[in-house]
Design a protein around this ligand. Structure first.
Ligand SMILES: [Zn+2]
Ligand SMILES: [Zn+2]
Ligand SMILES: [Zn+2]
Ligand SMILES: [Zn+2]
Length: 565
């Protein structure tokens, strides 16, 4: 456990950065990463989702809100959006020491309850979220006379969405007796109920992302330490709330993330505490500088929320969705639909299945992974495709899939210095269970390519399902919503929240399996780079699914991840 005397640990990507960027030291902050590990914390320990050391003479707090703003939305609906708390909790305890139990599996075990049952259950007791001891977590903005911090919240939706927090700042030595916790009947979202975790706090340093010179020095590395963290700096685009006429103090940042990823290692479990308000969001808990009991919980985006302007199409079916569904706006995204149409694209055009702007001197990439499983399957197939299997035993040249230019495609993301994105794949089913091709992404500067490779090698005998029809593109930006991020009840509705088709950015649909988090091999979060749907380009992914391509949020150089839905 750290003490106030522990020196903060500096991650490799920030080592020496103050020498490289003059004046940066002023924008440095120290924070305590809570570093949760699933386990069985007791009342005396610092914990997330553990039992609180509660005074015997103090009633357990209940939420004052009637929650009717939110419950009312469901009166007319056939779905029962809330989950029985006892079920969630039983599962949490039963699997407390398992790191690899995914929420998707647990999804099968839950019971929904009706709005009527929730009303009947009456006032909602709060649930323990965190208990922190001053000697373990020195960087929380402690009031002078406190050495124990307790955070509880009401696991219903409030105001613009999210739980309602209550805190206690205590002196541990003054607590007498043993107060009993009460449990709520239901929760609005399972992800508001933390997995019980013990903490192994680590102090670290971080820098203001707006500090002059830092973006250039760090490239795509983050200057901000991940959640859960105490004190430190606010995440992207979080407002700075005020209370009692003064700015509030950032107390806790809550969300997925682990110290391992921050320090360059691969985490055992990317999100041990399992509290999240949809991909892309953290929670920030602020406390009043005057009265530390005044707190506010806000969404702190891990990415900027896109605005809807004249350049963005809002599909008819979603035109009134934000007005009608409280909190939905926070889950808004904009995808760039590529809208392919058959054509003969040139090397300096946006394309799917077209020729790539490839430097003449650069070797064409090949896939030298083991294709034996597929070759054997094909050789024994009762419906042979007539492929020259013998020629397909060596390394296979990759096939161009897409080429996009930053200037022509709104929503283009990539390394700052790149203005061309090239997607290629090995046109053989890898991962036999998934039946999808292996994807590789290249980033380039168009101006640097003067001599273009004229006759790139092609894979032998390609006529299969992974050869896209050459197509020109007419990109269009379209609003969509993160169907997995919106509160659980809402996503049961029969609305198409996202677009199907060849697209850049936006959100993944989960049609084939339950949603599950995708992570880079380095342990970082990923973002959706591109989706290949296939229908409009004569490609068949699996039995007509889509291929989702994810890029690492820590480095554009890390290999992309794929999933099929
Ligand atoms: Zn409440
Ligand atoms: Zn206040
Ligand atoms: Zn391959
Ligand atoms: Zn990565």
């Amino acid at each position: 456990m750290p003490t106030t005397h522990d020196q903060p640990r500096v991650p490799a990507h920030l080592t020496g950065i103050e020498d490289a960027v003059p004046g940066l030291a002023e924008h440095r902050a120290v924070t305590t990463l809570l570093n949760p590990r699933r386990g069985n914390p007791n009342e005396g320990q610092s914990s997330i989702g553990g039992p609180l050391r509660w005074p015997g003479d103090e009633p357990w707090p209940v939420c004052e809100d009637s929650h009717e703003d939110w419950l009312g939305v469901w009166d007319e609906a056939d779905t029962h959006p809330l989950t029985h708390f006892g079920d969630v909790w039983t599962v949490r305890l039963a699997f407390a020491n398992w790191n690899d139990v995914s929420e998707a599996i647990l999804d099968k075990l839950r019971r929904y309850v009706t709005v009527a049952e929730v009303r009947e259950a009456g006032p909602v007791p709060l649930i323990p979220v965190a208990q922190l001891r001053r000697q373990d977590v020195p960087d929380l903005p402690w009031p002078d006379d406190a050495d124990l911090f307790q955070l509880l919240w009401c696991p219903m939706e409030h105001g613009s969405g999210g739980p309602a927090p209550v805190v206690r700042w205590r002196k541990a030595a003054e607590i007498s007796g043993w107060g009993r916790a009460d449990n709520p009947f239901a929760v609005a979202d399972r992800r508001y109920v933390p997995w019980p975790c013990v903490l192994e706090p680590v102090r670290t340093v971080e820098y203001l992302p707006d500090a002059p010179g830092i973006a250039a020095a760090l490239g795509s590395w983050s200057p901000l330490a991940p959640a859960w963290k105490a004190g430190g700096l606010r995440w992207w685009r979080t407002s700075e709330p005020e209370c009692c006429d003064a700015p509030m103090l950032l107390t806790l940042t809550i969300g997925p993330g682990t110290p391992e990823a921050w320090f360059g290692a691969v985490p055992e479990e990317p999100d041990p505490a399992g509290v999240e308000l949809g991909p892309g969001n953290n929670f920030a808990l602020w406390r009043c500088a005057g009265d530390p009991a005044h707190v506010r919980l806000e969404r702190a985006l891990r990415h900027a929320l896109p605005t809807i302007d004249a350049s963005v199409t809002v599909p008819e079916r979603l035109a009134r969705a934000e007005e009608e569904i409280p909190g939905l706006a926070a889950h808004r995204g904009v995808a760039t639909m590529l809208r392919p149409r058959p054509g003969e694209p040139g090397v300096r055009e946006n394309s799917i299945g077209g020729p790539l702007l490839w430097p003449a001197h650069e070797p064409w990439p090949t896939c030298s992974e083991d294709h034996e499983a597929w070759l054997e399957f094909e050789a024994n197939s009762p419906y042979p495709d007539g492929l020259p299997l013998d020629e397909m035993r060596g390394p296979i040249p990759l096939l161009p899939i897409a080429q996009l230019f930053r200037g022509d495609v709104p929503g283009f993301t990539g390394p700052d210095e790149a203005d061309v994105m090239q997607v290629l794949w090995c046109p053989i089913s890898h991962h036999m269970a998934l039946w999808c091709p292996k994807v590789s992404v290249r980033w380039r500067r168009a101006a640097e390519i003067t001599q273009v490779l004229e006759h790139p090698p092609t894979p032998p005998g390609m006529a299969g399902p992974y050869l896209p029809r050459p197509s020109l593109l007419s990109p269009e930006r379209v609003v969509e919503y993160d169907a997995w991020g919106v509160p659980e009840g809402i996503r049961q509705e029969e609305i198409d929240w996202y677009e199907d088709g060849e697209k850049l950015g936006g959100f993944a649909g989960w049609s084939l399996s339950d949603p599950h988090p995708v992570h880079c091999a380095c342990g970082s979060d990923v973002q959706l780079l591109m989706c290949i749907h296939g229908y409009d380009i004569d490609v068949t992914i699996g039995r007509g699914y889509s291929l989702w391509i994810w890029s690492c949020t820590t480095s554009w150089d890390h290999p992309v991840q794929t999933s099929m839905q």
